[in-house]
Ligand binder design. Structure first.
Ligand SMILES: Cc1cc2nc3c(=O)[nH]c(=O)nc-3n(C[C@H](O)[C@H](O)[C@H](O)COP(=O)(O)O)c2cc1C
Length: 217
């Protein structure tokens, strides 16, 4: 092999090695970051979830008391997601549904919707969104108290036509210059209440008892 060929081969090997190392580093960083984002979202969801439940309304661990919920039309998700059930003395007192508004201004808005056993909203929390700062992000409780407009509402309060933003003839405020985001959240909350109504039997069912003779330990 001539000197020139040897040098070319060496350069090619160095470049190849560099490419392999770079791809490896990028993949590692991606995996690490994705895991961190996932963990942060889970933690935010856990905090928001317990915050929705009034103190004393449960004596179980709602995060561990899950019922699978699945209805792409009413919950906006294409895969099942657990609903969390708060219980006091074995009796379900509230359910927290995970719903997605698919039609935010910049994509999906992920919500937690807390509903009492009687079907009243304990509240709605936004756990993930990509709405525009200063416009659509007023759905965050830290930015405005708009979300509190849902507190105490139910499927029949207001009736169907009231479950819209005021600009569309409903009862819920839109934001100045931003209707798309609140419209999406109002619609998703209304649908989550419809889901609760259609599935309250299974959502509020007593927790499964251990089979006779089964140990509690
Ligand atoms: C750069 C940019 C970002 C915007 N971000 C939002 C947003 O996050 N949420 C929103 O509701 N509208 C946002 N808007 C405004 C919407 O395009 C729309 O005009 C507004 O929501 C009113 O909707 P309507 O005509 O259906 O009432 C944004 C507009 C621009 C130009």
């Amino acid at each position: 092999m001539s000197d020139a060929n040897r040098s070319m081969l060496k350069n090619a090997l160095v470049l190849g090695l560099f490419a392999v190392v770079t791809v490896g580093v990028v993949a590692l960083v991606h995996q690490f970051t994705a895991q961190r984002i996932d963990d942060a979202q889970r933690e935010a969801r856990g905090r928001a979830l317990l915050e929705l439940l009034p103190a004393g309304s449960y004596d179980n661990h709602p995060l561990d008391s899950q019922v699978e919920a699945f209805d792409p039309k009413l919950l906006g998700r294409n895969e099942p997601a657990p609903a969390f059930v708060a219980r006091r003395q074995g009796q379900a007192t509230a359910v927290i549904l995970q719903a997605t508004a698919p039609d935010g201004y910049s994509g999906s808005i992920k919500l937690l919707v807390g509903v009492t056993a009687e079907g009243r909203l304990l509240g709605v929390r936004v756990v993930a969104h990509k709405e525009t700062p200063g416009l659509g992000d007023k759905i965050e409780l830290g930015k405005s108290d708009w979300l509190h407009g849902f507190d105490g509402r139910s499927l029949n309060d207001p009736g169907d036509s009231g479950w819209r933003v005021k600009k569309d003839g409903g009862q819920f405020d839109q934001f100045a210059g931003a209707t798309v985001t609140p419209r999406a959240v109002v619609k998703a909350t209304h649908k989550a209440l419809q889901y609760f109504d259609a599935h309250k039997g299974e959502l509020l069912a007593p927790a499964a008892q251990p089979a006779a003779g089964e140990s509690h330990e």
